[in-house]
Design a binder for this molecule. Sequence first.
Ligand code: HEC
Length: 88
Amino acid sequence: MQIVIADELFLKGKDIFLNAVNCSTCHLLKDANSNTNIGPNLNEIRPVFERVYTVVLNGAGVMPSYQGILAEEEMKAVSFYVSESANN
Ligand code: HEC
């Protein structure tokens, strides 16, 4: 596995959350300054990495699956970002 510094992974994940696939249009997350409530408030559910990764991979309800849209390492980066920032 590729070695990536945690800060770099965090920033990459943040960019994906905000810009690449716009998780921010559906979720409140303080670190991303997003304030919408189509999906659950991420600061409230405080999901661990595995929980974010599972839903990014498979989708849930109106939330699409990102398999084939994001590369595996991008799905991991955004999951890392959400779990780290929501749990702070
Ligand atoms: C179109 C709106 C939409 C987008 C875009 C979206 N989500 Fe969601 N998300 C939802 C909804 C709605 C749910 C609740 C699904 C359900 O349980 O029925 C959800 C659920 C979740 C959950 C909780 C899963 C659980 O175990 O309860 C997480 C974490 C999450 N989304 C993260 C993300 C991330 C990260 C992205 C971007 C890669 C993203 N979402 C993009 C709407 C969205």
